[in-house]
Write a protein that binds this ligand. Structure first.
Ligand code: GDP
Length: 462
C-alpha cells in the first residue's frame, strides 16, 4: 500500500559477491537506522543524499538482541530524487543467501513491509517518475534476450512513446480549445481555427498516429516474437531447420519417419526478430494414432501462426502430397515461406514452389547455406528497416497498440464528420476519445486493474 515503507532484495536470489536491498517509503531512513550503523557513528538521517556510507549491518538474534552480522554500504536517496520518488535507502551487504534473508528480515522487524512484485516500479509510475510505457519497457529490459530487445526497451525507457503521445495529445487539446472557445463565445472576435485548418491539424495527428501504430509490427516482431510454425512432410528436414535456427540440437533428427510427434516450442532469434518457434509432427497420410494426434496439434498451431515455414525436400520433384500441402497452407492467414531444403544435395528445386508460393528460399539446414537469405526475408516481412529501434518511439506490446489504434480510429472519425459537413461538436467528441485513448497509452489515465496487472509481471525488488 502506498504510504507503507517497503523492502525487498533487488539482486537475484543466490550466492554472490554483493546483494542489494532496497527500502522505499516515508520511514525508509528511520527503519534503516535500526539495521545500519555508519562506521563514523554518524546517523543515517544526516547522510548526504546519494553518498555511499560504509557501516555495520545489524539484525536481531533469537533473543531479540540486535547484533552486527556484516559490514556493508548504504546510500540514502531523498524524495523526490529517487527511482520511486520516495525516500529510499539502498543497502549493499555480502551476497550470502542466508545473510541477505537475515538483513531483509531485520528490515521487516524494524517496520518495513515486504514489497510486492514490481512495487518499486509501480510507485515510480504512481509518483510520476516514469510513464507507463517507460515502466513496461523497464520490465522488457529485464527480460531481454537479444541486443535488439535491449535497444528497443532502452528507447522505451527513455520515454520515447510518452514523448510521441504528448505531441499528438497537445495538438488535439489545442484544436478542442479553439473549437470550444468559438462555441462558448460565438460573438467574440476570437482567432479561432477555420474548418479547413482544423482538418489540416487533425490530418497531422492522423499521420503521426498512423506512423506510431505502424511501428507495432516491428516492436511485436522484436519484443513479443512472431508465432512461427515449421511444418511439412516427414523427413524433409523440419527438425534440422528448428535446430539450425536455435543454434543447438534441441530436436531429435533421424531419417526415421515420425520422430517428432509432439510440438516443440522455444524462443529463438533470427537476425533482428524473435520467433516463438514450433517444430511439428510431419504432415502425411498415416494410420498411426500417435502421429495423427501430433498432426492435429500441428494443424491447430497453423491456424494461429503468423509465420509458416513450410519445409519441402528440394532433392525431389513436388508430388501429390506436396501439392496438397502447398494448397492447404496458402489458405492460412499467416505468411508462408516455402523452405526448399537440402540445397547441398540439389541444384534446382521444382519450379512448382516458386509458382505456388509468394516467398521461397533454398536452404540447407544441414550446412546453414541460405539461412542468411531466410533471415533477411523474415526481417523484411516483419520489420520496418527504416525504423531505428534504439531511438524511435516503437510500440512493443498489444496494450500499447490497442490504445494507439483506438486513438487513430477516433481521429479518423472526427475527420470524416468534418469533411461531411456535420456539426463541429461531433468531431469534438471523437477528438476527446482520441485524447483519452492516448492517456491510456502513456498511463496518464488508466484503471487500477490494468496498472496492477502490468506491474505484477515484474520480479520482487524491481
Ligand atoms: P523431419 O522429419 O522433417 O524433422 O526431418 P529431420 O530434420 O529429422 O531430417 C530428416 C533427414 O534428413 C535426416 O537424416 C537429416 O540428417 C536429413 N537432412 C535434414 N536437412 C538436411 C539438409 O539440409 N541436407 C541434407 N543433406 N540432409 C538433411
Amino acid at each position: 500500500m502506498i504510504g507503507d515503507t517497503i523492502a525487498a532484495v533487488s539482486t537475484p536470489y543466490g550466492k554472490g559477491g554483493v546483494a542489494l536491498l532496497r527500502v522505499s517509503g516515508p520511514q525508509a531512513v528511520e527503519i534503516c537506522e535500526h539495521v545500519f550503523l555508519p562506521k563514523n557513528r554518524s546517523r543515517l538521517s544526516d547522510a548526504l543524499p546519494r553518498q555511499a556510507i560504509y557501516g555495520e549491518i545489524l539484525a536481531p538474534d533469537e533473543n531479540g538482541f540486535w547484533r552486527s552480522v556484516d559490514d556493508g554500504v548504504a546510500t540514502v536517496f531523498k524524495a523526490p530524487h529517487s527511482f520511486t520518488g520516495e525516500d529510499t535507502v539502498e543497502i549493499c551487504c555480502h551476497g550470502g543467501i542466508l545473510l541477505t534473508q537475515t538483513v531483509l528480515s531485520a528490515l521487516f522487524v524494524a517496520g518495513a513491509m515486504p514489497a510486492e512484485p514490481g512495487e518499486f516500479t509501480k510507485r515510480a509510475f504512481l509518483n510520476g517518475k516514469l510513464g507507463l510505457s517507460s515502466a513496461e519497457a523497464l520490465g522488457d529490459l529485464l527480460e531481454a534476450q537479444t541486443q535488439e530487445q535491449i535497444a528497443l526497451a532502452h528507447a522505451g525507457m527513455r520515454g520515447k512513446i510518452e514523448e510521441a503521445c504528448t505531441g499528438i495529445y497537445t495538438s488535439l487539446r489545442d484544436i478542442l480549445a479553439s473549437i470550444y472557445v468559438k462555441i462558448d463565445y460565438p460573438d467574440e472576435d476570437l482567432a479561432d481555427l477555420s474548418r479547413e485548418q482544423i482538418l489540416n491539424r487533425l490530418s497531422d495527428c492522423e499521420s503521426a498516429l498512423a506512423k506510431l501504430v505502424h511501428t507495432y509490427r516491428t516492436g511485436h516482431a522484436i519484443a513479443e516474437g512472431i508465432q512461427t510454425v515449421i511444418c511439412g512432410k516427414p523427413n524433409v528436414g523440419k527438425s534440422s531447420l528448428y535446430n539450425r535456427i536455435l543454434g543447438r540440437e534441441a530436436a531429435i533428427v533421424t531419417d526415421i519417419e515420425g520422430t517428432t510427434r509432439d510440438v516443440l516450442t522455444e524462443r529463438a532469434s533470427l537476425g533482428r526478430v524473435t520467433l516463438r518457434l514450433s517444430d511439428t509432427a510431419g504432415l502425411h497420410d498415416t494410420e498411426n494414432r500417435v502421429e495423427r494426434i501430433g498432426m492435429d496439434r500441428a494443424r491447430d498451431l497453423l491456424e494461429e501462426a503468423e509465420l509458416i515455414l513450410a519445409v519441402f525436400d528440394a532433392t525431389k520433384p513436388a508430388d501429390a502430397e506436396d501439392r496438397m500441402l502447398a494448397q492447404e497452407l496458402s489458405e492460412k492467414c499467416g505468411v508462408s515461406i516455402a523452405i526448399l531444403n537440402k540445397s547441398d544435395l540439389s541444384a534446382e528445386p521444382d519450379s512448382f514452389y516458386a509458382e505456388r508460393f509468394q516467398h521461397t528460399v533454398s536452404v540447407s539446414a544441414a550446412t546453414g547455406e541460405g539461412m542468411d537469405t531466410l533471415c533477411g526475408m523474415v526481417e523484411a516481412l516483419f520489420t520496418d528497416g527504416l525504423l531505428d529501434t534504439g531511438r524511435d518511439a516503437v510500440l512493443s506490446n498489444a496494450r500499447q497498440h490497442a490504445s494507439a489504434l483506438s486513438a487513430l480510429e477516433a481521429v479518423r472519425r472526427a475527420m470524416v464528420s468534418l469533411t461531411a459537413g456535420l456539426p463541429v461538436e461531433l468531431a469534438c467528441t471523437d477528438a476527446e476519445q482520441a485524447m483519452s485513448a492516448l492517456s491510456e497509452l502513456d498511463g496518464r489515465a488508466i484503471s487500477e486493474d490494468i496498472v496492477s496487472s502490468i506491474f505484477s509481471r515484474f520480479c520482487v525488488g524491481k
